[in-house]
Design a protein around this ligand. Structure first.
Ligand code: 4UU
Length: 516
């Protein structure tokens, strides 16, 4: 059975992401598009459009054009949007990276995406410069100033005319985030201009972000939730996007009050922190009308506690990197009537099926099944990995690796995660990557990693390790911690005699999960 959105299909404009979101910039002119919640630095719509166009000219003069990739390593700040749209304006794609990644992890992504230019935040410019040197990336620009990188502002000031790259929005990649999908290590996800344009107009049908809105953007733009749902839906609506580099409950609440934030976007650990934070009632949050949560499962009791304290309903969205990311949302109009634990209804132009896990056969109506989704927001495919693409998308249907349920009103619940992916604070952690790091330790004979419940992170990686005699658990944990970003750290370790595997050598993760 195919489930469809109750909303009528929307028309998907034919242009690029930049044309869609900055096409109306002239109309908003001097209105702040982005405000830095810490420094107060503001970028108006006119400045963003002019800067992006000048930056595109500067990048084109360096030889950057269609088919090229620009790496972007930064926390949230107004200039992030400038860097994105300068790259897109030159016809290139952006590969976004978490600034806490290790030099090794950044190098891996830059190499896999064949990035030609690296744009970095000041705070991580040293690391960026080291990696760029190691990988032969000649052009390193910093959003600010640093002695080991050229200021990005220099590209804007050079006065090169904006290029007019000849792009087909249906095939030109705009963003190349990395995701492990249903199995294995992180892979480049080829999201085209059309994928993103589609997802923005699709979600706009349910969420009417407008010029009176102020969106709090603490969830990172380097993750697709922040990129599409927070940053770009805000720009498309002519809203003001308030950037915050990190989440700290007190500072966050103060920013919501000071900037009269109307729409807040959470991941589950933020909701938990706000449910338990002292003095929430001290802040005037009367402007806050809609609060959203996504990226990982959210507990209903925690939701209700946070709602009471914030004085605002919190409803979930759902999606995945491979779907640009949104497929399910609680429409503004249905906020009061859609249950808190659900992920709402399908976005327009989006279809869903529930199948027996790992197959293409529908479950009986009313049964839980693996969620498949189909729509114009589904990626072109993984980068350089036709095998993974073919097993993830069959007949246009994206296999999410999540188990879902749907009720008679077309409301969906995510009830379990079938795929091996671990989500720590909503961030992706791929067991396969950690297993490779563990196996590189000379004292490790075999290893497997699963997600286990974790108070703060929701879920965290636990390793089962077959050690050589004399190996200490602490050494193994330190070995991993030195090689991966802090959020990927193995947080529990158990020595075992063997790893349960299928006859074909696949790790039986369910067996380990049952053991806990
Ligand atoms: C249970 O996390 C994302 C996308 C998040 C998002 C958030 C708000 C999308 C639309 C929106 O409105 O992408 P990825 O690729 O990092 O992770 C995808 C996985 C899903 O397959 C699912 O396992 O993250 C999990 N997930 C959720 N799980 C995402 N949202 C939810 C949710 N409940 N609401």
């Amino acid at each position: 059975m195919i489930y469809r959105s109750p909303l009528p299909d929307v028309e998907i404009p034919g242009g690029t992401l930049t044309e869609l979101v900055l096409g109306t910039a002239a109309r908003h002119g001097g209105k702040p598009a982005l405000v830095d919640g810490v420094t107060g630095e503001t970028l108006t719509y006119a400045e963003l459009a002019e800067g992006a166009s000048a930056g595109a000219g500067g990048l084109a003069a360096l030889g950057v054009g269609p088919g090229d990739v620009v790496g972007l390593l930064s926390h949230n700040q107004p200039r992030y949007a400038l860097a994105v749209h300068a790259a897109l304006g030159a016809g290139a794609a952006v590969t976004p990276m978490n600034p806490v990644l290790t030099a090794g992890e950044i190098g891996k992504q830059l190499r896999a995406s064949r990035a030609k230019v690296l744009v970095t935040a000041e705070a991580v410019a040293d690391k960026a410069a080291d990696v760029a040197r190691e990988h032969g990336i000649e052009h390193v620009y910093v959003l600010g100033e640093h002695d080991r990188a050229r200021p990005f502002a220099e590209l804007l000031a050079a006065g090169h005319p904006a290029p007019r790259p000849d792009l087909d929005p249906a095939t030109a990649v705009a963003v190349l985030p990395f995701s492990s999908g249903t199995t294995g290590a992180a892979k480049g996800v080829r999201l085209t201009h059309r994928n993103l344009v589609a997802n923005l107009v699709q979600t706009r049908a349910g969420w009417r972000v407008g010029p009176d809105d102020v969106q709090a953007a603490v969830l990172p733009f380097f993750h697709i939730y922040g990129f599409t749902i927070i940053l770009h839906s805000g720009l498309l609506g002519g809203a003001t996007v308030l950037t915050l580099p990190r989440f700290e409950p007190g500072a966050y609440l103060a920013a919501l009050a000071e900037h009269h934030v109307t729409r807040a976007y959470f991941a589950p650990p933020m909701v938990l922190a706000l449910a338990n934070a002292p003095d929430v009632e001290r802040y005037d949050l009367s402007a806050l009308r809609y609060a959203f949560c996504g990226a990982a499962p959210l507990d209903v009791e925690v939701t209700e506690r946070a709602e009471r304290r914030l004085g605002c309903r919190i409803r979930q969205g759902y999606g995945m990197t491979e779907a640009s990311p949104g497929t399910h949302q609680v429409y503004d109009d249905a906020f009061a009537t859609t249950p808190a634990g659900s992920v709402g209804r399908l976005s327009p132009n989006t279809e869903a099926r529930l199948v027996h896990p790992g197959t293409d056969t529908d479950v009986a109506p009313g049964e839980d099944g693996e969620l498949l989704v189909r729509g114009p927001q589904v990626m072109l495919g993984y980068l350089d990995n036709p095998g993974a693409t073919a097993s993830t998308i069959t007949g246009g249907w994206l296999h999410t690796g999540d188990i879902a349920r749907v009720d008679d009103h077309g409301v969906f619940w995510i009830v379990d995660r079938l795929k091996e992916l671990i989500k720590y604070k909503g961030y992706q952690v791929a067991p396969a990557e950690l297993e490779a790091v563990l196996l590189s330790h000379p004292g490790v004979l075999d290893a497997a990693v699963i997600g286990v419940p974790h108070a703060e992170g929701g879920e965290a990686p636990k390793a089962f390790v077959v050690p050589r005699p004399g190996v200490e658990a602490g050494d193994v944990l330190a070995w991993v911690a030195e090689r991966v970003a802090p959020y990927k750290k193995v947080r529990a370790l158990e020595f075992v005699d063997s790893i349960p595997k299928s006859p074909t050598g696949k790790i039986l993760r369910r067996v380990l999960k049952e053991r806990g």
